[in-house]
Design a protein around this ligand. Sequence first.
Ligand code: CP
Length: 326
Amino acid sequence: MPTKPKSPYLPFGDQQTAPWYGKNILSVKQFNRADLEYIFSVAHEMRVMVERIGTFDLLKGKILANLFYEPSTRTFASFMAAMQRLGGAVIPISEVRYSSVAKGESLPDTVRTLAAYADVIVLRHPEVGAAALAAQFAGKPVINAGDGVGEHPTQALLDVFTVKEELGRLDNLTVTMLGDLKYGRTVHSLARLLTRFDNIKLNYVSPELLRMPREVMEEVAEKGIPQKEYTVLDEVLPVTDVLYVTRVQRERFDNLEEYEKVKDAYVITPKTLEKAKQKMIVMHPLPRVNEIDMEVDKDPRAAYFRQMEYGLYVRMALLAMVLGKA
Ligand code: CP
């Protein structure tokens, strides 16, 4: 009979001395390359453990408060699954209208309350800076699961982990981001995070209305990363290693007429990919609407559903780290 593998994390017993113990995860700006390599090594081990034994008791007795003020499928469910696969429990709040938020309770008071019951708080909120505000009041680790058009750091971490697992390297890459680069917070975090690696080239393909924000481009430029903007994908697709497609974010538009003008600006089809390298990947944070034809799903280069799964392993790693078990 096969023996049950031992968790590589249990020997790190003294949680107070673990380097990430009690830390917040608010922005990709807080991670250097060594941090990323560490997170990805823990995430890879989590993948191995899930594939071999499914669930294990690393975080038994710990409680996660999963507090979402905006809709989510993947982030909400993968944080829940991550905690449960590590043997912990979850307070799920995905409908804040059924919580005391509906009575006018402030974010600081809601966070103080949940911190009294839980060991870690995951927060998605429509306002930029909400996770940083929550962290001031929680006294427990807060993980930013998306703050308006600001950042989505755990998505960026899982995106980079996907590239590592799929292409086997994080240096010497041409990454092309396509679609809504203005409102798509995942590309803001991803562009910043990719500056930690060597010989990265970034291409931004978008309608004029949805260009990458200047402040993100300036931050990336300060790190010496070459960036070019395009309106046509064909110009850069043949040299692209990672094509990162995004949804046009209807919910962020003040003027829906403008949304109608740009919503179908780019649609990836099997014909589009005829011009792409054989060894490249197509990523998307999901959900998709029309921007990738379902026929593309059959192409082995379509990595977006595998990418979604990698999110589970990265979020398991982050929970274990901030709770002092990795
Ligand atoms: N990628 C992502 O954040 O998906 P959800 O909105 O479903 O969480």
